[in-house]
Design a protein around this ligand. Structure first.
Ligand code: COA
Length: 634
């Protein structure tokens, strides 16, 4: 198999100097696919799948042909999988964005004593946003470097350019990610402020001058007053963006027939970001409730209509102190969202608000309210738009305080791999089986790199969790050995994924290039095993932060869990989501079980790590594993 030689693979033609994403060898992916699925499906089904995969991979077969086409594609694209991946992961998904797709960052709860406090916070935050945007525009953000496994490599910075300059346009079959390039369109110079379900244009540059914090405060105060004028209130049109994508595309095609609506949509689609000034939610602001409010706004009777989900960044500032960011996921990953959020929190802490007192008079032109003309059809859609998403989401945010990544590092294990094995253990305890699992792995080491998947439900993880479940028959030393093997398998897969050698993007590429070439769908992709393999009942992601905040998101399938975790030195924050409509899942039960599993694993490590003799297969990992010639690890 071609080894990823990072220095040699560097693409001199690319200004970032980063290498191109490699296309993994076909046979390696097919073998790995079988290995990943063999223990997750019934034996009979696996027996049917084996010859299908063999036929696909046979010399001179369809697989070889598609592989050749993918290799050709990789020659003339900066990243051969990017377009396929973007469509498959986001743009062709017809589900509503809130909960199903848009992750959120929950900020520490604020204590606003008055409306002025809230607006002061908003003005301060907008100032920070403008600073951050000028760093992005001036290409002045320091380059990110990989941490953890294979630390030290520079990472692709492309995603940052889309934070304030893009928009997800709904389409009848597929959405479009519109990038506003300054050469084609004027740079956005306004923010949309949502207040009481009304939308206002806040120009941040007036007469070539960027508004300072005092000006911003004045404008926000004016907006607040305008939002209070009941006679001028318009329907909560933002609710349309929380509908299914096809329904929203249909409604939008009706809206744009009217020039007033067209102008309003244009202002929103070209804005820098949204700032949503939310009404008090009337809920106790626990971590879980703040996560829920950030994910869906609390529905139509709370702040659900005070949003515009197509825009990548919506900063939410609740009068009750519930604050955070809602992010449309297609332009960038959670890690970029963290970097931006952390910059803003540090900015606000490090540069005290410049507002000694509120400005009372201003020469600034008044902010504009966006107008809408709603046909009866649209009115009906708005009223029908149900609370289903809100009622359905079952969320549990839990700070596990038993230990954090320091304890795990002391065991000479990768904290991420350990947590993934703990999640597998938990799922097994709750459901008596393992399921296809998604863990996002960054491939930003490559040009235009986004993510691939680490399939954490490895056969080695299954062997470990089975041993733990049948505890009486197996000694601690044996269990410890199985834990080492599971951790090693997970770490190895992680390294494969971050070096561009995982299987999900590759299989997607083979599937999509066949479609593009108008070939009959290869049997491998119509096989039940393939459908099972991409039905991710457990969808997980590590989103670490250095500031006090956490990221969360919803499940990606109706009977699944979303599990986002944030490992800290001495604790780990877990945000577990599922749907109430599924009889199979329960976030509370999952979290409770997870706590128990983490404690059992700790006990085992304390007892067993000293007793278990590392053998060849369980050799303890000394820091980061190293990639060997054949792509596997030492
Ligand atoms: N012994 C001791 N320490 C170890 C170790 C071992 N065997 N293995 C790893 N460590 C240390 C690492 O050096 C690192 O140290 P640091 O905290 O000083 O940086 C730390 O433990 C964490 O490493 P690890 O737990 O192995 O994970 P990682 O940081 O490499 O993360 C992924 C793994 C897959 C999460 C990461 O590569 C990735 O892709 N992150 C992006 C995920 C993403 O995109 N999320 C958002 C999706 S929207």
């Amino acid at each position: 198999m071609p080894v990823l030689k990072r220095e040699q693979a560097r693409d001199v033609g690319d200004p970032s100097g980063l290498p191109k994403l490699p296309v993994p060898p076909l046979q390696q992916t097919l073998d790995m696919y079988l290995k990943c699925m063999s223990h997750l499906i019934p034996e009979e089904q696996f027996k049917k799948t084996m010859p299908i995969v063999e036929k696909f991979g046979a010399p001179g077969g369809m697989g070889e042909f598609l592989q050749k086409k993918l290799l050709e594609r990789s020659e003339h694209k900066a990243n051969w999988v990017y377009d396929y991946w973007l469509e498959d992961m986001y743009l062709s998904n017809r589900l509503a964005l809130p909960v199903n797709s848009s992750p959120v960052m929950v900020f520490p709860k604020q204590n606003f004593r008055s409306q002025s406090d809230t607006l002061r916070f908003a003005a301060h935050l907008i100032s920070g946003v403008l600073e951050y945007k000028s760093l992005i525009d001036g290409r002045a953000l320091p380059v990110d470097y990989a941490r953890g496994q294979l630390a030290g490599t520079p990472l692709c910075m492309d995603q940052y350019n889309k934070v304030f300059n893009s928009y997800r346009l709904p389409g009848p079959k597929i959405d479009t990610l519109v990038a506003q390039k300054s050469t084609v369109m004027p740079e956005p110079e306004h923010i949309i402020v949502a207040c009481k379900n009304q939308f206002f244009v806040l120009d941040v540059v007036i007469n070539f001058r960027r508004l300072n914090e005092k000006d911003l405060y004045t404008q926000l105060e004016r907006i607040r007053k305008m939002a209070d004028i009941e006679e001028e209130c318009l329907p909560p049109i933002g609710l349309l963006t929380s509908d299914g994508r096809t329904q929203w595309a249909e409604a939008r095609s009706v809206l744009i027939k009217d020039s007033t609506n067209r102008d309003s949509l244009d202002m929103i689609e070209r804005c820098l970001c949204l700032v949503c000034l939310d009404e008090p939610s009337g809920t106790e602001l626990t971590d879980t409730n703040r996560a829920l409010l950030m994910l869906h706004g609390g529905g139509t009777d709370k702040n659900g209509g005070n949003r515009w989900y197509d825009k990548p960044m919506q900063f939410v500032i609740g009068a009750d102190g519930c604050c955070g960011v809602v992010c449309e996921h297609s332009p960038f990953e959670g890690i970029v969202l963290v970097q931006c959020s952390e910059y803003l929190l540090r900015y606000m802490r490090g540069s005290p608000s410049k507002l000694a007192r509120a400005a009372s008079m201003s020469e600034l032109p008044a902010p504009r309210r966006l107008r809408w003309k709603c046909s009866p059809d649209i009115q009906t859609v708005l009223t029908v738009n149900s609370h289903r998403l809100v009622k359905n989401l079952d969320m549990n945010v839990n700070k596990f305080t038993g230990y954090g990544k320091e304890f795990i590092k002391k065991q000479k294990m990768s904290p991420d791999a350990y947590i993934q094995v703990a999640l597998q253990f938990t799922f097994y305890r709750c459901h008596g089986r393992l399921v296809p699992t998604y863990e996002s792995a960054s491939i930003r080491r490559f040009q235009e790199g986004r993510v691939d998947n680490i399939r954490s439900s490895t056969p080695e993880a299954l062997a470990f969790v089975k041993a733990m479940a049948n505890s009486s028959k197996i000694t601690d030393a044996e269990k410890m050995e199985l834990l080492w093997t599971a951790i090693k398998a997970q770490t190895n897969y992680t390294i494969l994924a971050i070096t561009g050698m995982a299987i999900d993007n590759h299989l997607l590429g083979l599937r999509e290039i066949a479609k593009e070439l108008k070939l009959e769908k290869p049997e491998l992709f119509s096989d039940t095993t393939y459908a099972t393999s991409i039905h991710f009942i457990l969808s997980t992601s590590q989103v670490p932060t250095t500031e006090e905040m956490f990221c969360c998101y919803g499940p990606v399938v109706p009977n699944g869990y979303g599990a986002c975790y944030n490992p800290q030195t001495d604790h780990i924050i877990f945000c577990v989501s599922s749907f109430r409509e599924s009889a199979e899942t329960s976030s509370d039960l999952f979290v409770k079980t997870l706590e128990g599993c983490l404690k059992e694993m700790q006990d085992l490590c304390i007892k067993g790590n000293t007793e278990a003799k590392p053998t060849d297969s369980t050799e303890k990992m000394d820091g980061n594993a190293k990639v060997m010639k054949n792509g596997s690890k030492s």
